[in-house]
Design a protein around this ligand. Structure first.
Ligand code: NAD
Length: 495
């Protein structure tokens, strides 16, 4: 494979501007502005993405509406044949897709590969829709001779608004379920990483979906607002930062749409005195520094309990020092770049704030930023962090881990309780009673017990509490079936 720019072919115009996939065709956006997509490891320009318009959304919605009625009447067993083909094609192209993810996002190839596999797993689960979508009924359920049944029906056009950190996976928390249940769909990828979806839609094109069932619209804020306001869109799935999630939730709901909005995080990793230290530290490294800390499930605070000799804190710092920073396509690299120069500056600013607040910088990743080839920040560890410090409260979304030392598990749980976010928390321990108390009390949607990244498999909903989630029904699993269908009760009497 050559550069990503060379791979997009008909999905771009002659100037390398990405096209939208609407109504089964690659069409140019009506946008007058574009933004460069940059490989964050090399600063190479990969493509130009149009900053789409309300008109682009309108065209996509009308194509999706036109496709809906016939798609809805296609038996579920036939609908999923398109998804079986998509699974096969994505699996065949797994390594190419992973390389595209690494090139536009920066995460290591293995990590990128894992995220594409997670996307494919959602397709696999959605292939079970004929069973998953079944309702239930009861003869004589209403009275003698009067039967009562519940059936599920699709609603129409749905849209997903996606973040930069999982270019392949996040749209697939929604897309397979939406179309398997008989809806039609629009994906709005992050303008920072639009190429992976472009590549996936080139596969979607070959799967037999009727024109208009699955659509891709590139853009940023204007496209988001048009999605939130368009009367033809029945529901919106959003994943991104908390301020935007809150905004999307409010505006989409005001417009009468179904909405699920996943937001930011500040995830705590609790290390108990009896933790198996080497294995726990390996997990903590993966959690805090994998994808350069740009995961909504990344651990960003390690809370060490009764670590009086500082053994756990020292092992965490040693682990961070051993990680190699560089281009994610280099197999020796553990930590790739961060997404952009702006993100790099924001993260370096957070490190400075930690110093100003009086935390002790024990592993300083700022040196990696001197590599001007890309946007690098090395693994960074603070200890002597206090729970009230800004670096202990805000989502940094970079490779920065704060270590807080406390006396008891109760102290650790109180730190989690007082955080605004509730995405994930993990405990490292050999003590079942401590683990049980932790899972019982931690106010988060995803709990890890000796697991650093508690990422739910596709058949479970992706949890998220407090300011990490706005809505009721989450992505993936059975929640997805509920989100993308309306229930109808039918009461029948035959005279
Ligand atoms: P972001 O909020 O900046 O952008 C997300 C999407 O919203 C993008 O498609 C973008 O075009 C759009 N957008 C951005 N600003 C907007 C605005 N003012 N008005 C309308 N639309 C706007 O998020 P990001 O930086 O791309 O992604 C990182 C964030 O996503 C982190 O906070 C991370 O925790 C979160 N995230 C959460 C989960 C989860 O499951 N909870 C998963 C992945 C990422």
């Amino acid at each position: 494979m050559g550069t990503a720019k060379a791979t997009v072919q008909h999905a771009t115009d002659y100037r390398g501007i990405l096209r939208n996939y609407v109504g089964g065709e690659w069409i140019a956006s009506t946008a007058s502005q574009t933004q460069q997509v940059i490989n964050p490891a090399t600063r190479e320009a990969l493509a130009d993405v149009p900053l789409g318009t309300a008109e682009d959304v309108d065209v996509a919605v009308s194509k999706a509406q036109e496709a809906f009625w016939s798609w809805r009447q296609t038996p579920p067993q036939q609908r999923v044949q398109c998804l079986y083909r998509l699974k096969t094609l994505m699996t065949e192209r797994l390594d190419d897709l992973a390389r595209t993810v690494t090139r536009e996002h920066g995460k290591t190839f293995e990590d990128a590969r894992g995220s594409v596999i997670r996307a494919i797993e959602n397709v696999e689960v959605a292939c079970g829709i004929p069973s998953l979508m079944m309702g239930y009924g009861l003869e004589d359920g209403a009275a003698r001779g009067i039967d009562e049944d519940l059936v599920r029906q699709p609603l129409g056009v749905f849209a997903a608004i996606c973040p930069f950190n999982f270019p392949a996976m996040v749209p697939f928390w929604f897309l397979p379920y939406a179309v398997a249940t008989g809806n039609t769909f629009i994906v709005k990828p992050s303008e920072q990483v639009p190429i992976t979806q472009q590549e996936i839609f080139k596969l979607i094109e070959q799967c037999g979906f009727p024109p208009g069932v699955v659509n891709l619209v590139n853009g940023a804020r204007d496209v988001v607002n048009a999605i939130l306001d368009h009367p033809g869109i029945k529901g919106v799935s959003f994943v991104g930062s908390t301020p935007v999630a809150r905004y999307v939730y409010r505006r989409a709901a005001e417009n009468g749409k179904r909405v699920q909005a996943q937001g930011g995080a500040k995830n705590v990793l609790v290390v108990m005195p009896d933790a198996v230290l080497d294995k726990s530290v390996a997990n903590i490294m993966g959690s805090a520094f994998g994808a350069s800390g740009q995961r909504c499930l990344a651990g960003s605070l390690a809370v060490t309990v009764a670590d009086r000799a500082g053994r756990a804190a020292a092992a965490i710092a040693d682990g961070a020092r051993a990680l190699k920073v560089g281009d994610g396509l280099d197999p020796a690299v553990d930590v790739g770049p961060v997404i952009s120069e702006q993100a790099q500056e924001r993260i370096l600013g957070a490190i400075q704030r930690g110093l100003d607040e009086g935390a002790r910088l024990v592993v300083d990743g700022r040196g990696a930023a001197e590599n001007r080839k890309g946007f690098f920040v090395g693994p960074t560890v603070f200890d002597q962090v206090q729970p009230g410090m800004q670096i202990a409260q805000e989502e940094i979304f970079g490779p920065v881990l704060g270590v807080i030392s406390v006396d008891t598990l109760d102290d650790a749980l109180q730190i989690i309780e007082h955080l605004p976010y509730g995405n994930a928390a993990s405990i490292f321990t050999q003590d079942g009673k401590a683990a049980r108390e932790f899972r019982y009390r931690a106010p988060v949607g995803n709990v890890g017990i000796n697991v650093g990244v508690a990422a739910p498999m596709a058949y479970f909903p992706f949890g998220g509490w407090k300011a990490s989630f706005f809505g009721t029904l989450h992505g993936q699993g059975r929640d997805a079936i509920d989100f993308f269908t309306e229930r109808k009760i039918v009461i029948t009497r035959w005279f």
